[in-house]
Each structure stands twice: as structure tokens, then as C-alpha cells.
Design a protein around this ligand. Structure first.
Ligand code: AMP
Ligand code: ZN
Length: 113
């Protein structure tokens, strides 16, 4: 999709620190990390948020979550991690391309909001 920051990252038009890629998924380090490990996992086919996943193939959605598990293993997050997907304005979603944050590498806050 034109003018989508994360589509541009997938296309290589904007640089990113890749940690994982397969046919359906791309994952890279968040530019403003909020934990020692902070990775974004995104589907290669543009969909704006979880609110729009009716537009998405189940296999693409499942591939994102399977990639989360693989990446957590790859990053050595043996003691756990948090997966967050901000959806819409109330959740302060700032990039309208579905993404799953993987946060870990430390004891995370008990409160999520
Ligand atoms: P959200 O606020 O849930 O939409 O998350 C968007 C995330 O994208 C934020 O954590 C940003 O720090 C991150 N971000 C924005 N631009 C970039 C970029 N060019 N490379 C990596 N992460 C980015
Ligand atoms: Zn996009």
C-alpha cells in the first residue's frame, strides 16, 4: 500500500533491522524500544489493524503468531515475553499496518494500561 511506513520497510525503501522473514511475515527491531527486546512482527500483505482482519487470509494471520513464537525462541526469551497489538485510537495505534509488538528481556510491568 502506498504511503504506508511498514509497507515501505517490507519493500526495503526504508531501512530496518530485520530479525526474521519468511514468505508471509517480516519482523524488525522497534526504532524506539520500550524493553531490552522490542520487535515488531508484521504481515507482508497490508491490513491496517486487528479490526480489519476479515480482509486477511487466516494463514497470513497464523503465520504472524507462529513467527512470534519462533522469534521469541531465537531471541532467547526463555523467561517469557509480552505480545501487544494496539488497535485504533484508544490504544494509541500510530502505524496503520497490523503489527504485533514482542516485548521482553526484563521483568515487565504488572499493569498493562
Ligand atoms: P503502535 O504505536 O502500536 O502503532 O506501534 C508503532 C511502533 O512502530 C512504535 O513502537 C514505533 O517506535 C515503531 N516505529 C515507527 N517507525 C519505525 C521505524 N522506521 N522502524 C522501526 N520501528 C518504527
Ligand atoms: Zn502497510
Amino acid at each position: 500500500m502506498e504511503n504506508c511506513l511498514f509497507c515501505k520497510i517490507i519493500a526495503g525503501d526504508i531501512p530496518s533491522t530485520k530479525v526474521y522473514e519468511d514468505e508471509k511475515v517480516y519482523a524488525f527491531r522497534d526504532i524506539n524500544p520500550q524493553a531490552p527486546t522490542h520487535i515488531l512482527v508484521i504481515p507482508k500483505k497490508h491490513v491496517s489493524s486487528l479490526a480489519m482482519i476479515d480482509e486477511m487470509e487466516d494463514t497470513d494471520l497464523a503465520a504472524c503468531l507462529r513467527a512470534v513464537r519462533l522469534i521469541a525462541q531465537q531471541e532467547g526469551l526463555k523467561n517469557g515475553y509480552r505480545v501487544v497489538s494496539n488497535c485504533g485510537p484508544d490504544a494509541c495505534q500510530s502505524v496503520p499496518h497490523l503489527h504485533f509488538h514482542i516485548l521482553g528481556g526484563t521483568q515487565l510491568a504488572d499493569q498493562m494500561a
